[in-house]
Design a protein around this ligand. Structure first.
Ligand code: LLP
Length: 416
């Protein structure tokens, strides 16, 4: 597929739409389908913090991915809001799951077994038996031990298992170290140095058939050349393994495409033709699979919360919110940046605040010394670009509630 063709296709998918959440006349709006609503109106209908999603934004991105011609399996760990899953299933995406819980949820929300890839390190007896019984499309095997268990189970169940090997190709992706997944010491995948031993074993395995190779080198990667390297290296390994007589057909190159969290996302889609060409361009003999998560959904969500206090310290002013790291772990875990803004801007010069949650934990800070339009107790704020790895990672630490997830349907906010 030519680069120009991809560019035209992606442009078509984004035509006429900018971003879901936009700022105009001193306040933030949600543009969803034909309607536009001030976020403050939606916030005032709620008493607690909540995640607000715009599914049109996610649909537009999903279409841009589908237009690439690659096999797209949404990494549902990023956001598993049921209506979002149903939407992606309708748009023709497959799904990548990493636990029995995700597998069951995918099945309940419109994905047929033939559209499911099951990755993850901890697939034991119960998980594998269920997946094999459902005849899901592909199991990405993360260890020799798991492979041997699959052989044992499929023999007992009298069926043939089609498997792909997830390989650790030793590539330290340029991203936060907590979301690199293919360094030499990483727990993920089968170390590339163990591949010959695994292949020798597979030659005599009766019930496991090797049909593909997979990898995922990390997340929030914005340097496209990394994907070119991954694609080239995996392509070489693919051809070598095929040369040994294995009837491979798929090459799963994982997810990982990142975003500029400092920007509003209006230009996000411009990177896609380059990305598709880099990841898909080298391996025409294989069916190339990708597993995007963040890129599809991060921009489609905002966490909306209230200011409890603006606390004047000696050197700093702290804004204390009614939501904490229990609801959004990313800043505490990866020092991640999220745009934070009042839903309605007050007049006056910007102020510098440290914006915190209320939890008894020093890392419960969303932004250090951030310049923001002036805030007062009772103001509502938005923490933007939190549609990925937001609600799914929320917990109840300090007995804080997990924020509800809402989306606009026919002008009304609904949870399901
Ligand atoms: N495939 C596999 C096997 C994965 O482990 C992941 C993400 C993906 C695909 C999707 O990657 P994405 O396109 O979303 O980068 N909680 C972290 C991110 C953890 C990613 C885990 N694996 C964060 O908030 O940045």
């Amino acid at each position: 597929m030519s680069f120009d063709y991809l560019q035209a296709k992606v442009k078509q998918c984004g035509e006429g739409i900018n971003v879901a959440f936009y700022f105009a006349d001193s306040q933030w709006f949600l543009k969803s389908g034909a309607s536009e609503r001030p976020l403050i109106d939606l916030a005032r209908q709620q008493s607690q913090p909540f995640y607000l999603y715009d599914l049109d934004e996610a649909a537009r991105r999903a279409r841009a991915f589908v237009s690439s011609g690659l096999q797209v399996h949404y990494a549902m760990k990023a956001n598993s809001f049921p209506r979002l899953l149903q939407l992606f299933a309708r748009e023709g995406l497959g799904v990548d799951v990493v636990s029995l819980g995700e597998l069951k949820k995918a099945l309940e929300n419109g994905f047929s077994p033939s559209k499911i890839i099951y990755s993850g390190l901890g697939k034991g007896h119960e998980e594998l038996e269920f997946a094999l019984g459902k005849r899901i499309h592909q199991i990405n095997v993360e260890s020799f031990e798991e492979l041997q268990l699959i052989e044992e189970l499929s023999r007992a169940m009298n069926l043939k298992a089609e498997v792909a090997l997830r390989l650790n190709i030793h590539l330290a992706a340029p991203t936060h170290k907590n979301i690199q997944t293919a360094t030499e010491e990483s727990k993920f995948g089968i170390d590339i140095r163990q591949l010959p031993e695994v292949l020798t074993w597979l030659k005599t395995a009766k019930n496991c058939h090797l049909v593909g190779l997979a990898t995922h080198v990390g997340s929030q990667i914005t340097d496209i050349s990394v994907f070119r390297t991954v694609s080239q290296r995996m392509g070489e390994i693919y051809r070598e393994v095929r040369g040994q007589g294995f009837a491979l057909r798929t090459l799963d190159l994982g997810g990982g495409l990142g975003l500029d969290y400092h920007s509003s996302g209006e230009r996000d889609l411009e990177i896609l033709p380059d990305y598709f060409a880099a990841i898909g361009g080298h391996n025409t003999e294989a069916r190339v699979v990708i597993e995007p998560g963040r890129f599809l959904v991060a921009r489609a969500g905002v966490l909306i919360a209230k200011v409890v206090h603006v606390k004047r310290g000696i050197n700093r002013q702290f804004v204390i919110l009614n939501v904490g790291m229990n609801a959004l772990m990313r800043p505490a875990l990866y020092q991640a940046y999220h745009r934070i803004e009042p839903l309605v801007h007050r007049s006056g010069a910007k102020e510098v605040y440290t914006i915190c949650g209320p939890l008894c934990e020093g890392t419960d800070i969303f932004a250090e010394q951030r310049e923001v339009s002036p805030l007062k107790s009772g103001d509502w704020i938005g923490i933007f670009d939190t549609g990925a790895y937001g609600a799914v990672m929320a917990n109840n630490y300090n007995e804080m509630p997990r924020p509800p997830e809402l989306a606009l349907f026919d002008g009304r906010l609904e949870a399901q």
